[in-house]
Design a protein around this ligand. Structure first.
Ligand SMILES: [Fe+2]
Ligand SMILES: [Fe+2]
Length: 259
């Protein structure tokens, strides 16, 4: 493994939590009424953010690395804060949350049935789709509160991708190349299925946010390709892009997606 340890991740998650504690919440009173399609879309993502993380924490505990478990708990707390922010956003525009959505129910069932490595692969698909989705939310509206909320969540999601990449890369390090290639094939099937569901299910919202469905798919595919390469095919002495590298990584992502 490179020089970054899960103790480093604990420190970065704690620093982010400390910054959140110092920041005021978005000015909920300034929220505008959102387009109904965007509201429906946010409601669905809010349910996805709203898990208790018990399954992942349990598997993280079984992994036998206290630092990793501590980092997982902090990661889960960030996701729960996303659910809170989206709930407040919906409330400020006069809209309730929903109790669940079929796509999220299936996603959670699949994740819980898997071991840690497969759960993280499934979770990573959601993280990559979420990165592009929150970028669309942040950039596709004139509502300052929505832009603020989406920007805060996006900053966290940009940390989650390399966090999961590091654990997955460790998990695949000892497998032969043929096994990693098989894993890559299955992972791509999962990603393409998920991005297909999201682009159909959220088509009206993406349209309102000014993102063509084809553009959304291509951007997610481009980002996912870099994740697959990093996790499954990078050399043993390659270091996962972490806190200092996130800006350049996501900078290149944004450059790629703004072309
Ligand atoms: Fe999230
Ligand atoms: Fe996330």
């Amino acid at each position: 493994m490179g020089g970054i340890t899960f103790a480093d991740w604990v420190r970065w998650f704690e620093e982010a939590a400390k910054r959140r504690g110092l920041d005021d919440d978005p000015p909920w009173w300034a929220a505008a009424s959102l387009h109904p399609a965007v509201v429906r879309s946010i409601q669905r993502f809010q349910t996805g953010e709203n898990g208790d993380g018990a399954s992942l924490i349990s598997k993280g505990a079984q992994a036998g690395d206290p630092a990793y478990l501590a980092a997982v708990r902090l990661f889960v707390a960030e996701e729960q804060n996303h659910a809170r922010l989206l709930e407040q956003l919906l409330a400020s525009s006069g809209t309730p949350t929903i109790t669940g959505h079929w796509s999220d129910t299936i996603f959670v069932m699949v994740r819980r049935a898997l071991g840690l490595r497969l759960e993280l692969m499934t979770l990573m698909v959601a993280e990559v789709v979420a990165l592009r989705y929150y970028q669309a939310l942040r950039d596709g509206t004139t509502d300052p509160v929505l832009t603020d909320v989406a920007g805060r969540i996006l900053a966290d999601e940009q940390r989650h991708v390399p966090f999961h990449s590091q654990r997955l890369r460790d998990g695949f390090a000892d497998l032969p190349r043929v096994a990693r290639t098989a894993a890559a094939a299955g992972w791509w099937v999962l990603l393409l299925g998920a991005v297909g569901v999201v682009t159909v299910d959220h088509a009206a919202a993406l349209c309102q946010l000014g993102v063509r469905r084809r553009r959304f798919v291509l951007d997610v595919v481009a980002l996912f390709r870099s994740v697959v390469t990093e996790v499954l095919y990078s050399s043993p002495d390659y270091e996962i892009s972490a806190e200092p590298g996130i800006a350049s990584r996501c900078g290149s992502y944004e450059e790629a997606t703004s072309a």
